[in-house]
Design a protein around this ligand. Structure first.
Ligand code: PEP
Ligand code: MG
Length: 572
């Protein structure tokens, strides 16, 4: 019997493949006395050999498919397995205390982990994380439990998991991973955003998919309507193959607009830009005819590695993006770590409310060496294209002023060293905190541009976690309260002769686009795959006609009423 599970469509497209469950294994260690220590040491050595072989495979695979920097983490794990201090200590413990390998390994690694964790040196602290990972792998071999890593997948699958972190998602190989479905998450969680830029169909927030699917079962992912079909019947398969065919045909129609301008039916031009996470995403930007990059989320440069990227590494990445965009605008956002994007090597304290915590610009203004390194890399790269710098999570004018003055200081230093830095870099901010949206008139006097980050602005305004499917019903982009805030920001920018863009997912949403156009948004920045559908839609819309109706829309009393109004009047 087939079964249909409803979730949230996170990345459009239809995929069919066998399920591959990505689960954290349960590794319970029981202390046992053993009779034959020699035999036990052999068993331990065998687990080490197997772990090494597995790590070699993963490392080579990751190096080829995902880049050497992502493979470095596995090289570090191999080094741990070659460390005689650790290995000999385990063997001695088995020998001297007649205990089983699992418990000897657990004790010895536990001792090393707490020793490294208590060191003051950041590099040494990172070793604790490596040892923890290695312990998991060797224990799994001793206990005959399989551990799965996304980068190990070498056949076509649909991943089923409770959640996927952005760093798991970054390891997915799109040749094999045809789609994924998770229990938790929303449309604006970062793994969903990455799925869209990788063009992997995805459904998130199903609440229960991991309980319903067995490994190897055939699964259909419908990322357009947010459905997962488990063990489909022949006729369901036929229906979805038909639906996929229609979607591909539709994409071919959109593709005809790749070199067209983004102009409305009444001749008004807007800018359609794309959001990226890494220079690899540039291909999608170009293939989808985006006119600019409206958001480069630089934090992905800092992830899946063991230490902060150097100024040089960052410079190379920014330079690549700026030069490949050939003078088109590129808005690069400074580090926005925190929330669902973690950097384990920074070893930040666990917080009760990470989305409201020590993150983004708050961390950068505090840890200035991290911030200054990034700013220098950005400023040096500015010579290679049309750079605009944007600060995330600005709540107060004082934060914006501080960030800007640090940028100016670094700019002056580089000039003193005779380095080439553009002198026309625009400096703007994300508007994603309600206080900043309300105070937009004040900010507008000091910024060069705004980019409205609705992913966060909605969660903070509605007090509804963007990751939590239980409160997804409150995550309402069309709520008149949100629209009024957006209007306030756009009007404030225009009053000061500045431009206002939006880089939250709302900018690419079919129902929101007419409203944003009517409110006068200048730049719409979205997942690259949304650019062509948005261009096609814009060409059918009349901006003046919609603008005339916006007062009426803003007086409606609910998101539902707004949605119905848009469907009736603007979605023709
Ligand atoms: C936003 O908050 O809308 C945004 C674009 O930033 P992020 O999704 O990275 O938080
Ligand atoms: Mg944000």
């Amino acid at each position: 019997m087939s079964q249909r599970i409803k979730g949230i469509g996170a990345s459009a497209g239809i995929a069919v493949a066998k399920a591959f469950k990505l689960e954290d294994p349960i590794l319970e260690v029981e202390k046992k006395t053993i009779e034959d220590p020699e035999q036990e040491i052999k068993r331990f050595t065998h687990a080490i050999v197997q772990s090494k072989r597995e790590l070699e495979t993963i490392k080579n695979h990751a190096g080829k498919e995902l880049g050497e920097d992502k493979a470095a983490i596995f090289a570090a794990h191999l080094l741990v397995l070659d460390d005689p201090e650790l290995i000999d200590n385990v063997k001695n413990k088995i020998n001297d205390e007649n205990v089983n390998a699992e418990s000897a390994l657990d004790d010895v690694t536990g001792m090393f982990i707490s020793m490294f964790e208590n060191m003051d040196n950041e590099y040494m602290k990172e070793r604790a994380a490596d040892i923890r990972d290695v312990r998991k792998r060797v224990l799994a071999h001793l206990l005959n439990v399989t551990i799965t890593t996304p980068s190990m997948i070498t056949e076509e699958v649909i991943i089923i998991s409770e959640d996927l972190t952005p760093s798991d998602t970054a390891q997915l190989n799109r040749n094999y991973v045809k789609g994924f479905a998770t229990d938790i998450g929303g449309r604006t969680s970062h793994s969903a955003i990455m799925a869209r830029s990788m063009e992997i169909p995805a459904v998130v927030g199903t609440k229960m998919i991991t309980n319903k699917v067995e490994n190897g079962t055939t699964v259909i992912i419908d990322g357009i309507d947010g459905d997962v079909v488990i063990d489909p019947t022949g006729s369901e398969l036929d229906d979805y193959i038909e639906k996929r065919y229609k979607y591909i045909e539709q994409k071919k129609e959109w593709a005809k607009l790749v070199n067209e301008s983004s102009i409305t039916n009444d001749g008004q031009r807007v800018e359609l830009a794309a959001n990226i996470g890494t220079p690899q995403d540039l291909k999608g930007v170009i293939n989808n005819g985006a006119e600019a990059i409206g958001l480069y989320r630089t934090e992905f440069l800092y992830m899946n590695r063991e230490q902060l990227p150097t100024e040089e590494e960052q410079f190379e990445a920014y330079k690549e993006v700026l030069s490949k965009m050939e003078g088109k605008p590129v808005v690069i956002r400074t580090l926005d770590i925190g929330g669902d994007k973690e950097l384990p090597y920074l070893d930040l304290p666990k917080e009760l409310n990470p989305f409201l915590g020590y993150r983004a610009i708050r961390l950068c203004l505090d840890e200035q060496s991290i911030f200054r390194t990034q700013l220098r890399a950005l400023l040096r790269a500015s010579a290679f294209g049309n750079l605009k710098v944007m600060f995330p999570m600005i709540a107060t004018l004082d934060e914006f002023r501080q960030a800007k003055s640090i940028l100016k200081e670094e700019q002056q230093k580089l000039r003193n060293d005779n380095l080439n830095v553009s002198n026309s870099i625009e400096i703007g901010m994300m508007v994603e905190i309600p206080a900043a949206a309300v105070m937009a008139d004040q900010f507008a006097k000091e910024v060069d541009f705004f980019s409205i980050g609705t992913n966060d602005l909605i969660q903070y305004t509605m007090a509804a976690d963007r990751m939590n499917e239980q409160v997804a019903y409150l995550y309402q982009p069309y709520n008149p309260g949100i629209l009024r805030l957006v209007k306030n920001v756009i009007d404030a920018a225009h009053k000061e002769g500045k431009w206002a863009g939006m880089c939250g997912e709302m900018a690419g949403d079919e129902t929101a686009i007419p409203l944003l156009l009517g409110l006068g948004l200048d730049e719409f920045s979205m997942s690259a795959t949304s650019v062509l559908p948005a261009r096609s839609q814009l060409r059918r819309l009349d901006k003046t006609e919609i603008a005339d109706k916006m007062d009426e829309v803003l007086q409606l009393d609910s998101a539902q009423q707004v949605k119905e109004y848009v469907q009736k009047h603007f979605l023709k």
